[in-house]
Design a binder for this molecule. Sequence first.
Ligand SMILES: Cc1ncc(COP(=O)(O)O)c(C=O)c1O
Length: 428
Amino acid sequence: MNKNTEELYASQLDNQDPLASFRERFIIADPNLIYLDGNSLGRLPKDTIPHLQNLIEEQWGKGLIEGWNKGWFEMPTVLGSRIAKLIGARDDEVVVCDTTSVNLFKLAVAALRYQAGKKVLLSDEFNFPTDLYVFQGVIDLLDDGHKLDLIRSEDSISISEENINNAITEDTALVALTQVAFKSAFMYDIQKVTELAHKQGALAMWDLCHSVGAVPLELNEWDVDLAVGCTYKYLNGGPGSPAFLYVRKDLQKELSPPIWGWFADKAPFAFNLDFTPADSISRYQISTPHILSMAGIEPALEILLEAGMDQLREKSIMQTDYLIYLAQELLIPLGFEIGSPLDSSQRGSHVSLRHPEAYRICRALIDPQPGDTNLKVIPDFRAPNNIRLGIAPLYTSFTDIHRALKRIKTIVEDGIFQNYSKEQLKVT
Ligand SMILES: Cc1ncc(COP(=O)(O)O)c(C=O)c1O
């Protein structure tokens, strides 16, 4: 059957999908809710429920403080070694701790101090605001003549190789970029950019929030120095689950993170008066791990490892290509623009559709009025005009994509969005 805009075609793609059964491993409470926001907060895996129940009732409830000697103390590095498998790192190069922002702070300070004499922290105008705010704060704190330079985009969707080349100079101390841009989904070639950074004596730090669990990563092979990422998007760890950080093995003892908490010490329970940093990745922790919010990462990770990143990426590309095809057929005639790269090798696992009424269209998708439809679609709105549609290949179906795009078409064609207020909610 040739590519077409019929729902039957979408269901045929689902029937041929070798990963289709993974959807059943997640709680899908409402079949009429199409969830295209797994790139903000992943769905709840069914296995997470008994796992957390056991942690609360048995380990905490009955075992009490003994839990620390029965796995809690090692949880950050044990889970780190599982994430290492997803990102192509050694088992002892990743630790789960803190938040992405805090980890960015710790690693940026450590890197800039290590690179004494070089004064530029290079990022780009696509970066997530928290990254840029943290970098501005780090420069203010160090008060040592550093500056933040931003690589610019020519088309608001991608960053050209020429602009990257021109931006990295011998004064660059640290290249700190998010691999997959949160609005457009533009995806950097980590290996290429890291190599350019190294040629100029710069370190490279990657924010993998929109990559991990969505695209295959080979941090060791690509010679990456530093990385951070979150676990609540494609890793499905749960709302506010802790972040992770990666430091290349041979750099671990070279860098000194700025917060000397007791969990970074060589022997936290020796209670020494003076700090002696651990020689391992533990030096990058700060304090008591958030066991309850960390534990949910484990069962979720197992599902991803079982599915395999290469297979997930293959499905993700098919799905984002299909979404773009439907948008071109159904929505471009209604005034939409595609706000993501058309070339899948430069695109992560989400697609942004731009429309001047994007906010009200999103509201109409999320909150249908009585008598309109029982179909609810959850995207993200990203200012000023992006409807961001996230594809989580573990549980997003081709039929989901088809139904969502048809619904967007109806909302615009029938002027349904006009029934909604332009006033924006706090969280969009
Ligand atoms: C690319 C990127 N970096 C950082 C963050 C924020 O991370 P946190 O709130 O865990 O500090 C996000 C959140 O969505 C993000 O998308």
